[in-house]
Design a protein around this ligand. Structure first.
Ligand SMILES: NC(=O)c1ccc[n+]([C@@H]2O[C@H](COP(=O)([O-])OP(=O)(O)OC[C@H]3O[C@@H](n4cnc5c(N)ncnc54)[C@H](OP(=O)(O)O)[C@@H]3O)[C@@H](O)[C@H]2O)c1
Length: 360
């Protein structure tokens, strides 16, 4: 097993050179303390981020995380070299996730961490890209986070009723006002990304990307690379499945959002899990866990990619940070990719009708 606290190398800024048309192999990057620069307007973050969602949103297990425990874990992550934290306006019933993150980072020099939040979600959890709603969403996030600016604001879902140019136009104004440093999109199609980027450089697009979810590789990732847009990989552990968190659909607690994910449903879980099990001997041979192997695969997709695994556990945090020490050869990457070809995981990523990238 790759231990916690993988060897720390002197911090060096890896500059993003002209975007590769295909994924490049990452070499000699073995520490979370390495920096990556996402997007043309240079959103500089730690090589791996930290997803805060599970503390109080969507995942049932997380309801057990107290604010004090969440704050401790975020601070632990910073002590290990993680500087990039991902939250959202709608994590927690009343934005508790942002409030917690603001408190956790309050004693750290503001310039040494990057806060990324998401908004643009209106009534009944519907995407709302109206300039008025997006502005008020950011103002409210700033209050909860206790900061004058967020480093990156993502439109969480695309509102197809509002031209993306109008929404990004408002965000551009907020960049000029100093309230947000960079603009991002989540679950955006290649066309939406191109239109948005014509108004203001998009620093990063947040996509679900792992061996368990490769749908974005067809069009979205090539567009990001064509434009020089950074990629933030959410659910890089396949919502826990790649790390062996669940062995059957019945292991997912009642009320947990993952019970509604078609590829984790009774109908598809066993077939998909059998594929995941193929990672076990490969991970054993490399002396790492399946989760670390899966994270390493994401890390090796290019230095324009920053995964943001989420955890509520100190042990898992240490394992995830240590995954940066897992080096894969070109042959190993190809072997892993060939075990999970695009489309081979059965069932959708979200319940039918969800506002995913295929619908904007
Ligand atoms: N833009 C979007 O639409 C969107 C959607 C989903 C998520 N996100 C962001 O992406 C972040 C990460 O995504 P995610 O939480 O959905 O999925 P993930 O990172 O793929 O997996 C998280 C799950 O895996 C477990 N886990 C983490 N490390 C582990 C380890 N080393 N061994 C075993 N289990 C482990 C966690 O449980 P424990 O708590 O027990 O460790 C948790 O249940 C979120 O926190 C959020 O910030 C964004």
């Amino acid at each position: 097993m790759y231990p916690a606290g993988a060897p720390v190398k002197p911090t060096s800024l890896i500059r993003l050179l002209p975007r590769p048309p295909v994924a490049r192999i990452r070499r000699n990057v073995s520490s979370v303390r390495e920096k990556v620069s996402l997007g043309r307007d240079k959103f500089v973050v730690s090589r791996q981020g930290f997803g805060c969602m599970g503390f109080d949103a969507f995942y049932f297990t997380a309801q057990k995380t107290s604010e004090a425990d969440a704050i401790n874990l975020v601070r632990k992550a910073t002590s290990m070299g993680v500087t990039h934290f991902d939250t959202a306006q709608f994590y927690g019933n009343k934005g508790e996730n942002e409030t917690m993150l603001g408190k956790a980072l309050s004693e750290i020099s503001r310039g040494s961490v990057q806060i990324a939040t998401k908004g643009g979600i209106g009534k009944n959890f519907a995407p709302d890209g109206t300039p008025k709603l997006v502005r008020s969403s950011i103002e409210a996030s700033l209050k909860r986070l206790g900061t004058d600016y967020v480093d990156l604001f993502y439109l969480a879902r695309i509102d197809t009723k509002v031209p993306i140019e109008d929404t990004v136009g408002e965000l551009k104004l907020m960049v000029q006002e100093g309230k947000i440093r960079h603009i991002g999109l989540s679950e955006a199609s290649s066309k939406t990304i191109e239109r948005a980027d014509s108004v203001h450089p998009i620093a990063a697009v947040q996509i679900e990307w792992s061996l368990f979810a490769r749908e974005f590789e067809k069009e979205v990732i090539p567009m990001c690379r064509k434009l020089g847009v950074g990629i933030v990989a959410y659910s890089p552990l396949g919502k826990g499945v790649l790390a062996g968190l669940f062995k059957s659909s019945s292991d997912i607690p009642k009320g947990d959002f993952r019970t509604m994910v078609p590829r984790l449903s009774d109908k598809h879980f066993d077939e998909n899990f059998a594929k995941v099990q193929q990672l076990v001997p490969i991970a054993e041979a490399k002396g790492c866990s399946t989760g670390q192997l899966a994270l390493a695969w994401v890390h090796h997709q290019g230095i324009d990619v920053c995964p943001i695994p989420g955890t509520t556990s100190e042990k898992h945090l240490a394992q995830n940070v240590a995954a940066l020490g897992v080096e894969l050869s070109r042959e190993e990457i190809e072997k892993l990719s060939s075990l999970f070809p695009i489309g081979s995981i059965k069932g959708g990523r979200y319940p039918p009708g969800a506002p995913t990238f295929e619908r904007n």
